[in-house]
Design a protein around this ligand. Structure first.
Ligand code: GLN
Length: 486
């Protein structure tokens, strides 16, 4: 078998090769495990892999094929963020407090992918409980990956998944996105990452971070792979109350639709002085490419963008403080050492096994929710969220989708964010779509002069994923054409 390059192998071509008999799942997974052995020690993209189990899953897929099965993903290995449950595998959210915990059941998305034949080979690194933008908040060491610069952050919190895909140790991956955790690492690593609309994909079996914002989504080598995984995972699920019963169209077919006649907005607040000039220039260049493909480009305004970070960090920390209350040493994960009283049990367990950022946010959230502060912070946050949502509702009355940068600046060296909180809160352009419940995707859009990947964000109204993917696929194709020329 010729050597497989996992930094470019798409899910569709792997599935096709398996179907056509070019290789078996056992040989594909064997080659992947070899790549992981070589590259993961430097990347730290995977926190856990059970080689024997991965090969056993692959052998079962090969046997199923021989017996006539032909699922869309039969025999294709995927990498899963460490906060999405796969039965029998660790699900530790890169936190010491969940060390030793194994998921007793499959998340709904895992069940659906499994039914399509996918294999689950490993758990990817992340910021602890999905809090962060660099994957440095992992209790198990940072992931480092950047195609241009060694020692640079891959983004976060799904940095392990993005680095696994772009760094050549995964065919495709899942992440979660609360305020940008799929889109921003995809942008930093140079792959595609989708945050679906709130309610498009069931979160049952994903560990809750901030429940009014959390979504699961794919990170892949190209837009069509994302469309493929979305189509398999989307749809109603009675086990997630926010999941909606909306039709699931053929998302892969949607990628061929083109963008002729669409109106695409450039929100002026996303091109202000704080944005790195090369990032802004690239997004404008892609807007020009869209014009060349028959779309109309219009200037629009989302006036409450400036409130988005404050609003997000009030709501997200309030929700995380409630959601993380369950990690107290009684039911899940580890118990503190030297415990003698109930008070001790909570204090020592959480004191010893939660990381700094988790503690910081629990404190902030508890403060915002405490009586006396609730009205001043939490209620105001909810009101500001309504204003942000209305901005999007209004803008989508005049245009079909938005084109924006994913992050204001390209990736930076590991270890520098702690000293510069503004660099750390990199989510100014990704949190608003989440607060509004819209869908959004990050598509590679070239690189800086230094070779650092730049992400283009496309944002579309809730449940307009078909349109979102049409635009994303058109931008991807146009980008490849222009890069081919240069
Ligand atoms: N970077 C954001 C945060 O730290 C987003 C995290 C996420 O989407 N899970 O909260």
């Amino acid at each position: 078998m010729e050597k497989i390059d996992f930094s470019t192998l798409t899910i569709r071509s792997a599935a096709e090769a398996l179907r056509g008999g070019s290789y078996t799942s056992v040989s594909l997974v064997g080659a992947l495990l070899e790549a992981v052995r070589q590259r993961n020690p430097a990347l730290n993209a995977y926190l856990w892999i059970d080689e024997e189990d991965a090969l056993a899953q692959a052998a079962a897929a090969d046997a199923a094929r021989a017996a006539g099965s032909n699922g869309a993903l039969l025999g294709v290995p995927l990498a899963i963020k460490d906060n999405i449950s796969v039965a029998g595998q660790p699900c530790g959210c890169a936190s010491r407090i969940l060390e030793g915990y194994r998921a007793p059941f499959d998340a709904t998305v895992i069940g659906r992918l499994r039914a399509a034949g996918a294999l689950f080979v490993g758990r990817t690194n992340m910021d602890e409980f999905a809090m962060g933008s660099t994957t440095e908040n992992s209790a198990y060491g940072p992931t480092t990956f950047n195609p241009a610069k060694p020692g640079y952050v891959p983004g976060g919190s799904s940095g392990g998944s993005a680095a696994a895909v772009a760094g050549g140790v995964a065919v495709g991956a899942l992440g979660t996105d609360t305020g940008g955790s799929i889109r921003q690492p995809a942008a930093y690593c140079g792959c595609v990452g989708l945050r679906p609309s709130y309610g498009r994909i069931s979160r049952y079996g994903a560990v809750a971070c901030a429940s009014s914002l959390d979504q699961i989504g794919p990170l892949t080598h190209d837009v069509r792979d994302t469309a493929l995984l979305l189509g398999i995972m989307a749809g109603a699920d009675p086990r997630d109350v926010i999941s909606q019963d909306q039709p699931v169209p053929d998302y892969v077919a949607a990628c061929d639709g083109g963008i002729r006649g669409m109106r695409l907005g450039l929100p002026r607040e996303y091109f202000s002085g704080d944005v790195h000039p090369e990032v802004a220039a690239r997004v404008r260049e892609y807007a020009g490419l869209c014009r060349g493909m028959g779309a109309e480009i219009v200037d629009v305004s989302l006036p409450h963008t400036q409130c988005a970070i404050a609003t997000y960090y009030i709501i997200m920390t309030a929700e995380i403080s409630a959601n993380l209350a369950r990690y107290d040493g009684i039911r899940y994960g580890r118990r503190g050492e030297g415990v003698t009283t109930t008070q001790d049990l909570y204090g020592k367990t959480r004191g010893q096994f939660l990381g700094r950022e988790a503690k910081r946010r629990i404190l902030m959230g508890t403060y915002f929710l405490s009586s006396g502060n609730y009205e001043a912070y939490y209620m105001r946050g909810l009101k500001a969220r309504t204003l942000i949502r209305r901005d999007f509702d209004q803008v989508f009355e005049t245009c079909d989708a938005l084109l924006t940068p994913v992050a204001p600046r390209p990736a930076f060296p590991c270890g520098t964010a702690e000293d510069d909180p503004q660099a750390f809160y990199l989510d100014i352009f990704t949190v608003p779509a989440g607060l509004a419940g819209a869908c959004a995707i990050s598509v590679p859009a070239g690189a800086t002069a230094e070779g650092q990947p730049i992400g283009l964000q496309v944002v579309a109204p809730a449940f307009a994923e078909e349109r979102l993917l049409r635009i994303a696929a058109a931008c991807e194709a146009a980008g490849r054409r222009t890069e081919g020329q240069s």
